[in-house]
Design a protein around this ligand. Sequence first.
Ligand code: TXA
Ligand code: MG
Length: 546
Amino acid sequence: MTSITAASMKTKLLRTRPEDISEAGRLLSAGQVVAIPTETVYGLAANALDEDAVLRIFEAKGRPQDNPLIVHISAPEQLEQLAEELSPAVWQMAEHFWPGPLTMVVKKKARIPNRTSAGLDTVGIRMPAHPVARAIIDAAGVPLAAPSANTSGKPSPTTARDVLDDMNGKVPAIVDGGACSVGVESTVVDMTGDYPQILRPGAITEEMIAEAMGAVSTDRATLEGLSDDARVRSPGMKYRHYAPKAPVILFEGAPNDTFEAILAQMDQPWTGVLCFEEYYSAIRESKSRLVYSLGYSWDHAEHARRLFALLRRFDRTRAKRILVQCPRVHGANAGTVNRLRKAAGFQSVDCKKGRRVIGVTGRSGSGKSLLSQRLEQMGAQVLDADKIYAELLKQDCPMTRMLDHHFPGVWKDGVLDRRKLAGIVFSDPEALRILNLITHSQVKARMHYITAHSESPLIVLDVPLLFESGIDCLCDVTLAVLADREGSLARIMKRDGIDRDRAEARLNSQPDDDFYRQRADLLLRNGGTLAEFTEKIDLFVEKYCK
Ligand code: TXA
Ligand code: MG
């Protein structure tokens, strides 16, 4: 058995030109280890079928030998050479999610050495979406075993520089393919049972797999940690992971509540904070300079992209502890939240105050009011943004005073001259921006006040502009109702007594489905009949509101 002496090696940085890819391929087919970019995180790759090559990965990472590696392929057909007893569901999953951030655990063929699978009779296989990763697999001409390219226990690297920090002198080459677009590791799904089971959450979410496949479940250990007697389904669950040097203290709850809790805990020197963009300046100005932003509180994709790089950045500072605003726990954030909870040892500060605030949004005519009504029948307190705005307009309050200040003459004798105001903002984008700033912040302040003083355990904020107004920051979970265009048009025309052209114009001025898909924690589709939608609402209520 050959072994390498780490200190003697000079690490070469390769780029992604054809000659770089060829060189990476040559090193890999000669049994060497090369760090490669993928869309999730950088991987430390070696020939998956060569035990000596695979041993070098474990040595470079300092990884426990009982933690199996993921095998990377460049085309779905290559599955057959590595795995057996492949069910139709495996091919269906491959069809839906490959190439991409999905690893499937399947029964392994004997040609995969025990060292790669850590003695298990199964193996995790993934076809990455990153074109450079696939080109390198092709150049090597063999499937590549590749764990994340960090020293074991540290956060995974998402740039070549972060790989270099951990692997300089330990591997012959690193291919620099730029920053990873996803940022957290692939979703690992066990495909050996009756239905897919998620062992590690990632960018392919439970909701996405449910939509494609029907039944799916998530191992509880991914969100709660392992109980002492739990059976370990995936060896990676056992290890403390993703941890920067300073302890991570995770604050969970609505962004506004976690922000307040963090502000109250900043007295100790060298306190680092990882917070949402909305609170970045406030925290920096108040007490700490060790503050990094995860992006806007609704921006799931950005949280995942920035998370590991920022955790690593704290290691280059004198931070003694790191307070983290945890993204909302639902849907697309499952991967980010799982990594943060692991980094915090599955302990967190609960800022939820014993109640749940659900933000409901969607375009006109989507059917979101139906959802709010149903929740109201169940005893929820529903706050309707349009109604609150209308009430504020009738009062002498900060909102009407600000409107009068910025748009002189629009608020007279206790009534708003809507026509005049519309005339001003119609042709002046800056005036419209000011109008929105005033109305959004004041409706938000009102909703904040009411929710903070409410005794109700379930509060629904019905807000057409939930994300634009920042009112999502008051919510523990956000939900968007998406409806097909024809259904929405029919409902708008009927409800507001307007013709098709005006209904079309209204819909055209509102965001498209992607806007909500990128921001909302949960989506509810209103496509079929009223009965079908009502049934979906009841399922949602059963799952998230009890
Ligand atoms: O996105 C990714 O998956 C990255 C990139 C490089 O592809 N790779 C990665 O590998 O994250 P690694 O080794 O850091 O994590 C692999 C995880 C571990 O938690 C391991 O326990 C689990 O997958 N795993 C691997 N094979 C398994 C198997 N046969 N059964 C159960 N879990 C398995
Ligand atoms: Mg890893």
